[in-house]
Design a binder for this molecule. Structure first.
Ligand SMILES: NC(=O)c1ccc[n+]([C@@H]2O[C@H](COP(=O)([O-])OP(=O)(O)OC[C@H]3O[C@@H](n4cnc5c(N)ncnc54)[C@H](OP(=O)(O)O)[C@@H]3O)[C@@H](O)[C@H]2O)c1
Length: 331
């Protein structure tokens, strides 16, 4: 197997802060050591992949590099008794696609601790329609629904047409919550209502510029994927005892707030880190995604591309212009 040649996206640093991407041949022998060699069938495009593919050294320190934080495929070789050749598996998170050659190549090799057996109820393709974005949406919902039930009121989802946001809208509506979606894409109203959003509001309407520390109470819960002023506005508008989850920073890493929503309204702000989620909870979330939370719209949420199309889609996601999920067919 070590001499097996395969196709992969390779990002190279051509000069200081200058990067280019191409589809090239690699050899399995170039992959890092690991317990499980996987033939990748599908990957997916996440915002973090676009950062890695454009030379963001906060995500990927060393180039040349093959991005792709998500992969699903078939075990080809395993030195662990937990997996055998032919098993269908998912790998997301940990270091895949960051500083370990990732799912934008036809083979990956990883530690056994990163590998999840494909749950029954999901195909390899469906698992990548979820990918890290769907998993993160699931983790966010899991954290919120401990305390917030559908009868408590509306849930706000920000960055709603993006990967995590669209998946969160879908899961919440499947669970019976009334979802209000914040989106910068007015043209995607139909997409979001089809997913189950009952109302769509613009980013401008979701951003308070008054500077007031507290706003009119509206949301029972918030699933935020963007950070910055939209997250701060949402927190100031949460009802007594409400819960907010925070996973992303596409708008800004800043959070201009006072402590008042927390000390006067008992609001909880919960962080979400899918990358380091412990395996028992990881398996629980994947099993939920494969069953109770499985979207009736999973395929509509996604578009499928090949490795050769990936470059254009990386540019689109960096500009915040993509909707839903993009999966990459590695065949
Ligand atoms: N913590 C974790 O474990 C974890 C895991 C996965 C992702 N993330 C983070 O979560 C965020 C979303 O990831 P994703 O994969 O869903 O990305 P994505 O597919 O690019 O979606 C982000 C969405 O945010 C909205 N948006 C873009 N630019 C914006 C801006 N300047 N201001 C306000 N809204 C903006 C857009 O939706 P609308 O046009 O509909 O507004 C966009 O589609 C990223 O920051 C990512 O790094 C974190």
């Amino acid at each position: 197997m070590e001499n097996q040649i395969f196709k992969a996206m390779v990002v190279q640093e051509t000069a200081e802060k200058k990067f280019n991407r191409k589809i090239a041949n690699k050899s399995v022998s170039e992959l890092p050591p690991g317990d499980v060699l996987i033939k990748v069938k599908y990957s997916s495009l996440n915002y973090k992949d676009a950062l890695s593919a454009s030379g963001n050294k906060g995500v990927t320190r060393n180039y040349p590099h093959t991005p792709g934080i998500d992969a699903s495929g078939i075990v080809e070789e395993s030195i662990s008794a937990d997996f055998k050749p032919g098993d269908k598996v998912i790998v997301t998170s940990y270091d895949l696609g960051m500083n370990t050659s990732g799912g934008f190549g036809q083979y990956i090799r990883t530690p056994v601790d990163w590998v999840v057996k494909l749950p029954s109820g999901l195909s390899l393709k469906e698992s990548m329609i979820y990918g890290t974005a769907g998993f993160t949406a699931g983790l966010s919902v899991h954290k919120m629904i401990h305390t917030i039930k559908p009868e408590h009121g509306e849930i706000l989802v920000t960055g709603a047409s993006g990967g995590v946001g669209s998946m969160a809208v879908s899961i919440l509506s499947k669970c019976g919550y009334e979802v209000v979606a914040v989106s910068g894409k007015t043209e995607e109203k139909g997409f979001l209502t089809d997913l189950g959003a009952k109302e769509i509001i613009s980013r401008e309407d979701a951003t308070d510029v008054s500077g007031r520390p507290l706003l009119k109470r509206r949301w029972a819960g918030v699933i935020d994927t963007v950070g910055g002023d939209i997250l701060a506005t949402a927190i100031k508008s949460v009802k007594q005892g409400g819960t907010v989850t925070c996973c992303g920073n596409v708008a800004s890493p800043d959070l201009p707030l006072t402590v008042f929503p927390f000390i006067l309204r008992d609001v909880s702000l919960l962080g979400v880190d899918s990358q380091n989620c412990a395996m028992p909870l990881r398996l629980k979330i994947w099993n939920k995604l494969a069953a109770d939370w499985k979207s009736d719209h999973l395929v509509e949420l996604s578009s499928e591309i090949g490795l050769d199309d990936l470059d254009d889609h990386i540019e689109l996601i960096l500009k915040g212009k993509k909707k839903g999920r993009t999966i990459i067919n590695l065949a």
